[in-house]
Ligand binder design. Structure first.
Ligand code: ACO
Length: 346
């Protein structure tokens, strides 16, 4: 078969179609099924946004969030990745491609619903269960930190709604590749989660806080930045693979953190102003992760759980994409140019 050469990282290559949403990098916009993600996140609750993103069927995307017994028995002895693997297997091990659409959706809802209790339980080493009177995100905050502060809860909810989906990113693609093989739903979500844990994708937030500490200690954000660039360091929380203008999530989080974390917020604002000078003309603007760790820290979420918290929201988008992919007949199986020793033929 003739191979087609594509750009490194598949940048700019469309590998499928989707109705879940899209990122318009030059315009600085993204949407969920055609509706402004920023407008939804700032005006609606997480449950409403999740239902739209999952499949827009009008049915809820959130249901029973208590952990299955198989998972509860392991709490205190496993890390999040292992617990997620057991959760998927406990919910349904049948190939995702062989489930009827109703069962497939039900598995997605169960996985999404269990994420908050899974993270909180693994973190505390003791099983946590959601309270029925609290919303999905308020439950997460309460199970994790004990807080029921409505301002923190709403700030976290906006952040989670903003990050529920974001185009055809690496984690989403990974989840769809696993789904195309017909592996079970939990395996698809686990694949997406593992991709997210890389520092080039979702795991940069705690390092942003370290950077803000350094900038605050230096007393001169612009000088700190010039020195960092001279040392060939990247300025964390800036730049994006798709956005060439301001990431539209950044100003929403900037506004939220002004109220709940004024000190950290002030340093991030200084960093933003310094970068506007130091990186001028390079089309490198603040991304979601300049202010998101400030918000998460203010909510009392330990930095070691920033990526897990991101995953707790993003699992909705992953599930939406896995549902789409599971209905496709073709396995995703690209090629590669072989560059090793010549093959022994015959
Ligand atoms: N600081 C300094 N220079 C940068 C930055 C940055 N934050 N981002 C990009 N550049 C420069 C690169 O050095 C490169 O310069 P060169 O052409 O002179 O070598 C040029 O811009 C292009 O860089 P790429 O890595 O090819 O651009 P890409 O668009 O693929 O990068 C990325 C995107 C990885 C996010 C990058 O901007 C980066 O490393 N940012 C800092 C880390 C970060 O904030 N990550 C979170 C991203 S948001 C998210 O994924 C949820």
């Amino acid at each position: 078969m003739e191979l087609i050469e594509v750009p490194a990282g598949l940048a700019g290559v469309a590998v499928t179609t989707t109705s879940v949403g899209d990122v318009l990098g030059d315009e600085g916009l993204y949407h969920y099924r055609g509706r402004s993600a920023v407008a939804l996140a700032t005006s609606a609750g997480f449950e409403e946004v999740a239902a739209l993103v999952l499949d827009a069927s009008g049915e809820s995307a959130i249901g029973d969030g208590t952990l299955p017994d198989e998972v509860a028995e392991l709490i205190g002895r496993v890390d999040l990745r292992s617990a997620l693997s057991v959760l998927g297997a406990a919910i349904d091990r049948r190939p995702v491609t062989e489930l009827d659409p109703g069962d497939r959706r039900a598995v997605a809802v169960r996985l999404i619903s269990c994420f908050p209790a899974l993270i909180a339980s693994v973190h505390h080493g003791a099983v946590r269960a959601p309270r029925p009177e609290l919303g999905h995100i308020a439950n997460y905050l309460w199970m994790l930190t004990g807080s029921e502060d409505p301002d923190l809860s709403r700030a976290l909810e906006v952040y989670c709604s903003l990050t529920i989906d974001h185009g055809f990113n690496s984690g989403t693609f990974a989840g769809r590749v696993v789904a195309s093989t017909g592996a079970d739903f939990g395996a698809c979500v686990l694949g997406a989660y593992c991709a997210l844990t890389g520092p080039r994708h979702g795991a940069v937030q705690s390092r942003v806080l370290d950077m803000l500490d350094e900038i605050a200690a230096s007393g001169d954000a612009e000088a700190w930045m010039r020195q960092a660039l001279a040392g060939r360091r990247r300025i964390l929380g800036f730049g994006h693979a798709v956005y060439r203008v301001l990431d539209p999530r950044a100003p929403v989080l900037r506004e939220l953190t002004a109220r709940i974390a004024p000190e950290r917020h002030a340093v991030a604002v200084q960093a933003e102003a310094a970068a506007a000078t130091v990186l001028a003309g390079r089309r490198i603007a603040p991304n979601v992760d300049l202010y998101s760790p400030v918000l998460l820290e203010a909510c009392g979420i330990p930095s070691g759980l920033f990526t897990a918290t991101f995953a707790m929201a993003r699992v909705v988008g992953w599930c939406a994409h896995i549902l789409e992919q599971a209905a496709e007949p073709k396995v995703i199986r690209p090629g590669a140019y072989y560059v090793g020793p010549p093959p022994e033929l015959g």
